[in-house]
Design a protein around this ligand. Sequence first.
Ligand code: NAI
Ligand code: MG
Length: 358
Amino acid sequence: PSPRTYSIAAIPADGIGPEVIEAGIEVLSALAESLGSFAIDFTHYDWSSDTYKKTGKYIPDGGLEQLKKHDAIFFGAVGAPDVPDHISLWGLRLAICQPFQQYANVRPTRILPGISSPLRNCKREDLDWVIVRENSEGEYAGQGGRSHRGCAWETATEVAIFTRHGIIRLMRFAFETAQRRRRKMLTVVTKSNAQRNGMVLWDEVAAAVSKEFPDVTMDKMLVDAMTVRMVQKPESLDTIVATNLHADILSDLAAALAGSIGIAPTSNLDPTREHPSMFEPIHGSAFDITGKGISNPIATFWTAAEMLAWLGEDEASATLMKSVENICARGVVTPDLGGIAGTKEVTAAVLADIKGDS
Ligand code: NAI
Ligand code: MG
């Protein structure tokens, strides 16, 4: 029988994005070949800051319609030194996340074998988290404006949007995520002492939704105290849910505590599966190391494993993570993790492990 075939859109975009996505495609293709149970058909989109500089657009007319035909999107990073970051982010990444209603951003964090946490007393089993970030509204909803430009009284507003609909759907997803994990614990992060409207609605919705999940233990934290708890009591946390802004910041801290931003994956999910979901490493385009051959491809490999799991290929996902863990344990890692290997060597080591000849 012909294997299941997935159609994946690859958007490597800027900086180290093309370096790590190329490595990710190589590894996914080798995995499909080695397991034989599925196949992947990649379609490459060259949407990037270069296309923006040439055409004035990141996504050409009709581009989103093309993307909709795929089963998933494998994304690198967007951002160039000569384009303002808010133009590149809104022009490409958010221009996909928002219309595709990828409202749940999922960021698993754990310490891989052989990798040490900057926390002196943190053992591997102490840090095993999934951060669920609200990905469609909050502080990044795109509401607000600027007036009286250049005047002394120039005014700018950034309006945070919180809707009952948006919070309920995200909160249900977070409880379901916690329910599937061994410890069944969910920590709801807000700032409902100072932000007394939207964050209080978050607290109320969390309390209501928690009644649908009696087997999940919920607790609440204010975001400032949460940073302290992540550092001092990492073992007390499991699944974490927070707003777009709060979780953006907390997940970078989480990645650093687990060893490096160069290993952290993220999924932008439409849990209704009406639109394709988008999978990307957490890191950006890292122009400081672009072209040097030292970008860490592990974040992209882990991202690929998350994408396989979302597509239902659990065995392939676990096989890929096992190979990543094996090469980390052997110390075949890039300089951000204290190693001396380059992107190509790490990729070759993972490929060899997948093929079983390492
Ligand atoms: P960054 O994540 O690109 O880099 C931060 C630091 O981490 C740099 O020192 C970089 O060398 C290092 N780093 C990142 N990924 C690495 C990897 N795979 N291997 C080894 N080291 C790695 O964040 P930064 O510098 O704040 O932003 C650079 C550009 O990327 C900006 O234009 C920003 O807007 C964009 N960006 C895009 C994101 C996306 O596409 N989702 C996310 C974050 C930033
Ligand atoms: Mg971020």
